[in-house]
Every structure is written in C-alpha cells, then in structure tokens.
Design a protein around this ligand. Structure first.
Ligand SMILES: C[S@@+](CC[C@H](N)C(=O)[O-])C[C@H]1O[C@@H](n2cnc3c(N)ncnc32)[C@H](O)[C@@H]1O
Length: 285
C-alpha cells in the first residue's frame, strides 16, 4: 500500500509565548501604508497566497487583529497563524473562519499544494534564537514567498510602543533581499535614538560595536538628533522628522517622506542578498 507522505517536522523550537492585545497594531498600520498593493492583490484562480503571522504566541490576539485591520484593504485576504507549540495551535482553532486558519509549523511553513505566502510577519520570535540561526531561518521562511512578497521580522517592547524590524523582499529570480531596517515609535516614551537599541532585531542586537554597520548608523542618528535638538520645542514628531532629514544630509539613505516620519516610522533603506550576509552588514554595491 502506498504510504501517505509524512508532514515535514516544523523547523525551530518552542519559545516563550508572551503576547498582548494590540501589541502589533503599529506593524499592521505600517504594512497598510508601505505596501497596500501586496495586501490588495487578488489570488490567481485556484491559488491561495496567505498573510502569515509566524509565532503568534500563547493567544491568537495579534493574528486575529491583523486579519481585521488588513481586511479593511482586502476583505478576502487569507490569514494564517503558524505556531510551533501544538497547545497554542489548539487554543487558536476555535477562532478559525472561512479565511482565517491556524496551523502547527515552523520556519518551513506548513503550506499545502497551491498555497504560498504574500506577506510574513515574525515578531518577537527570532529574538529567542541564536544570532547564528537568523540567516538560515529567514531564508527558509522566504522559500514559500511569492515574487514581490515581503517578510517583516522584528522585536518590540511588551506594548508595541517601540520596535525595530527587518524588511526582506523576494525577488523575481527567487532570491531574498534585505530592503530596509524600520524603526517605529508611538512617542509615548519620548524620542532619542538610544531608546531603540534594546529592541534591535537579533541580527543587530549584539553588534553595537565599533566597525559594525549598525553602530555607525546609530551613532550618525544620535549626532543628527543632537544637531536638531532645538526643534524639540515644537514637539517630538517635529524633532523626529528634523533628525531624519539631518541623518540623510549625513549621507545615510533614510526615507524622508513626511507622512511615515510623522507617524513615527524611520526607514533605513538597505539593500543586499540575504544569503551574502546583508542582514548583518552593508555589502559593496
Ligand atoms: C514571544 S511570542 C511572540 C508572540 C507575538 N508574535 C507577539 O509579538 O506578541 C513567540 C512565539 O513564537 C513561537 N515560535 C518560536 N519559534 C517558532 C518557529 N520556528 N515557528 C513558529 N513559531 C515559533 C513560540 O512558540 C512563541 O509562541
């Protein structure tokens, strides 16, 4: 008798599952602002291209909230919560509906034939891994992305007020590229570039050292913030914008459109193939 093919073992390990309602609201808001086309695009007939929330945690709050928010742009968006802890999957199953599913899985996403991912969010997942595991885990995660698909992978504080995330894009040739490093604040804890340091994603958190790309960037941002400190009297948002413009003038490729900056998003535009090590350092172009 032919054997039923075994499901591949989920790649990764069970980690602490702490989460909170609305913790990732600003991640959803950013995605709607940054790439509405990717969220809106219809699936070809017979295909399903998920929005994946990888490692949603003890409760399914954040995945369900994303479904609600992103469906304001695309009411038929399929949303898949993936967890490596079977108990957390069981707990989420009652919340399934026609377009929302929860499955046991890991970095090698549990997708079926005809399924792919358009957008993957992995928040507060890799921070609990070793730095040496980051590149391979993200490459594995990117395998099931559609061309043009996006990964947002980052670390936040417990309330989602401050976070930093990698943006990675799947290219037409199948390669995963770094697209940027995004800093987000809702200004509740003031503004100083240093407030982001404890929330750097795993590829950078241990690299605040002389000679490292991230250290050079953070130093330049601190310098830019200091040079524009007089603007603080007009408000933190104005200061955040002025510091970003000064950072650009120092030669750093940051996004300077006012709208995302006013909302507390600073995007450092980075570029390079993940497999060449671009997560960790700037590569010669
Ligand atoms: C700290 S929680 C994060 C919850 C939520 N994403 C948040 O930011 O509030 C991390 C979760 O990721 C899960 N996890 C860790 N590695 C994973 C992997 N390789 N694949 C799927 N889930 C994973 C853990 O089991 C845990 O529930």
């Amino acid at each position: 008798m032919p054997r039923t093919p075994r499901k591949p073992r989920p790649q990764g390990q069970i980690t602490r599952g702490k989460t909170a309602r609305n913790r990732l609201r600003r991640v959803d808001n950013f995605l709607c602002l940054y790439d509405p086309t990717l969220i809106r695009q219809p699936d070809p007939p017979g295909q399903v291209s998920w929005y994946v929330d990888l490692g949603y945690g003890e409760e399914a709050f954040t995945a369900l909230e994303s479904a609600e928010r992103l469906r304001r742009l695309n009411p038929t968006l399929p949303v898949l919560g993936v967890e490596i802890d079977p108990e957390r999957v069981q707990r989420a199953l009652p919340f399934e509906d026609e377009r929302t599913r929860f499955r046991l899985g890991g970095f090698n996403l549990p997708l079926q034939p005809g399924e792919s991912a358009r957008l993957i969010r992995a928040f507060n997942v890799l921070r609990q891994y070793e730095e040496s595991e980051v590149q391979e885990s993200l490459l594995t995660l990117g395998e099931r992305l559609i061309p043009g698909g996006l990964i947002i992978e980052g670390t936040s504080d417990p309330f989602g007020r401050i976070w930093v995330a990698n943006l990675l894009r799947k290219q037409a040739d199948g390669e995963l590229w770094v697209e940027g490093l995004l800093f987000s604040t809702n200004f509740r804890w003031g503004f100083e570039p240093a407030i982001f340091q404890p929330r750097l994603p795993k590829n950078f958190i241990h690299r605040m050292l002389p000679g490292e790309t991230i250290e050079a960037f953070m130093s330049a941002w601190k310098q830019a913030a200091l040079a524009t400190i007089a603007v603080r009297t007009l408000g933190l948002r104005q200061w955040f914008i002025a510091a970003a413009l000064a950072l650009r003038d120092l030669g750093w490729p940051v996004e300077t459109r006012k709208r995302p900056l006013r909302q507390g998003y600073l995007l450092w535009k980075r570029s390079g193939r993940v497999r060449d090590g671009a997560l960790f350092r700037d590569l010669p172009s």
